[in-house]
Design a protein around this ligand. Structure first.
Ligand SMILES: C[S@@+](CC[C@H](N)C(=O)[O-])C[C@H]1O[C@@H](n2cnc3c(N)ncnc32)[C@H](O)[C@@H]1O
Length: 194
């Protein structure tokens, strides 16, 4: 219990520090809550061999929920732009593929892995898409579509809870959408399939 509390406090401190440096890109003042992590992790692929691509994992609150739900660390590829957060994640998840890089280059980054990955069973995104221009969001979602398995899921949360369609998702079918009130601020998790 004490260990969990210390870990949560450390994550909050790390996150707040990075938010102060770059609020626009960090997108939030606090890490995702356990409830939000669990709501994202429900959508893991059934096949345990499938890779899962996480975008903008931050301090790893959602990552932790994915692992807790049964994702093998070595099946997780996470792309985090902030080098300090990527370093923090590597310590926390030593067997995962943590890439310090830009999610918009996901195709190249997946191809540059020691064993290139061409498709994934789910894309779990915490990226603050609303802080990016619409065209840029669309460019990213296009790349997500290209890398997803035919039955793969794209899971995205946003803080605009009144709207269930997230930026750039028009070419996807929305299969679920849920508001998570126990998060600061409350968030909406939307789930898409091709
Ligand atoms: C809202 S925060 C994620 C919070 C995370 N769920 C947590 O609990 O710590 C968004 C994250 O996206 C990252 N990010 C922003 N732009 C990015 C980009 N172009 N590529 C990869 N990561 C990016 C930020 O550095 C930040 O860690």
């Amino acid at each position: 219990m004490a260990k969990k509390l210390i870990a949560a406090l450390t994550d909050s401190t790390v996150f707040l520090r990075e938010w102060m440096v770059n609020p626009q890109r960090t997108g939030s003042v606090a890490p995702s809550s356990p409830k939000l992590g669990a709501a994202m992790a429900r959508w893991l692929p059934r096949d345990p061999e499938s890779f899962v691509l996480e975008l903008g994992p931050g301090t790893g609150a959602v990552t932790g929920a994915l692992i807790k739900r049964g994702l093998r660390e070595d099946r997780l590829i996470a792309i985090e732009h902030n080098a300090n957060l990527a370093k923090h994640l590597r310590k926390r998840f030593p067997r995962a593929h943590i890439i310090a890089g830009d999610a918009w280059e996901l195709d190249r980054l997946l191809n540059d892995l020691p064993e290139p990955v061409t498709s994934v069973g789910a894309v779990i995104s915490s990226l603050p898409l609303l802080n990016f221009p619409k065209e840029k969001a669309e460019e990213l979602v296009e790349k997500i579509r290209a890398v997803l398995d035919p039955r793969g899921r794209y899971v995205q949360y946003t803080y605009r809870i009144g709207k269930d369609r997230t930026r750039g998702s028009t070419d996807f079918r929305m299969i679920a959408s849920q508001i998570v009130w126990l998060n600061f601020p409350p968030a909406r998790v939307s789930v898409f399939q091709k």
